[in-house]
Design a protein around this ligand. Structure first.
Ligand SMILES: N[C@@H](CCC(=O)N[C@@H](CS)C(=O)NCC(=O)O)C(=O)O
Length: 216
């Protein structure tokens, strides 16, 4: 098996790539990294000095691929399967990538900021940053609500990289700023994502670690 994924079962950006791998049944070796363990963190830093996961190592092609969107692009190109994550058509391609960026930058990152604030010591909290992140999320929820009134997946009828990005970001966003009562189309979209077998599997595998998610 040539692919190894450096990841953690609770990490939201790792979920995005796991969904893509499970979607196509791509064989890979999962290597869970505990960032609190200096040796395991060192192994990750050696591959990608930024120190963030997911990182994919492909021994067959002697490539190290960081960044969730880039990993999915790489899988689409060299280990493609039934689900193609970015359409070949030019306009559909850039629109799909735009949605991938939207979910990462305007749903996932503000969510991460709110979760990150929960992990800060009491004397280092950033209430202003949290308020800004919540305002960003509210604006994003409104956009998603309008979009998903008429669509099954982010791009319409095909499941793409944008849905891989939407799955963890909406799942965790709903935990830090719930939207089920205020945005019913966005909530129905999250339900569809959670019922997709690849994401259901990711959620099941994360269950033993769920207690590590910081409450308030
Ligand atoms: N832009 C990156 C973001 C990756 C990221 O933020 N990963 C988090 C886990 S969800 C991480 O590694 N956090 C550990 C740290 O920042 O030290 C991607 O798309 O892969």
């Amino acid at each position: 098996m040539s692919l190894t994924l450096y990841y953690h079962p609770l990490s939201s950006f790792c979920w995005k790539v796991l969904i893509a791998l499970y979607e196509n049944g791509t064989p890979f070796k999962p290597l869970s990294i505990n960032l609190g363990d200096p040796e395991e963190r060192g192994a990750l830093l050696k591959l990608w000095p930024v120190g963030k996961f997911p990182v994919l190592r492909d021994d067959a092609r002697d490539r190290t691929v960081p960044e969730s969107s880039i990993i999915i692009d790489y899988l689409d190109r060299y280990y493609s399967g039934h689900t193609r994550f970015t359409p070949a058509d030019g306009d559909a391609a850039w629109q799909t990538r735009l949605k991938d960026r939207f979910y990462d930058l305007y749903v996932h990152l503000p969510t991460q900021a709110i979760v990150g604030n929960r992990l800060r010591p009491a004397d280092a909290k950033d209430p202003r940053g949290v308020e800004e992140a919540k305002a960003r999320l509210r604006a994003s929820y409104d956009m998603i609500e309008a979009e998903m009134a008429t669509k099954t997946w982010a791009m319409g009828e095909s499941f793409t990289i944008a849905d891989c990005a939407a799955s963890p970001s909406l799942y965790y966003a709903n935990k830090v700023l719930p939207f089920r009562d205020s945005h019913r189309h966005a909530a129905a979209y999250l339900d569809r994502l959670m019922a997709r077998p690849a994401f259901t599997r990711v959620l099941e595998e994360a269950k033993p670690y769920a207690h590590m998610f910081p409450a308030e």
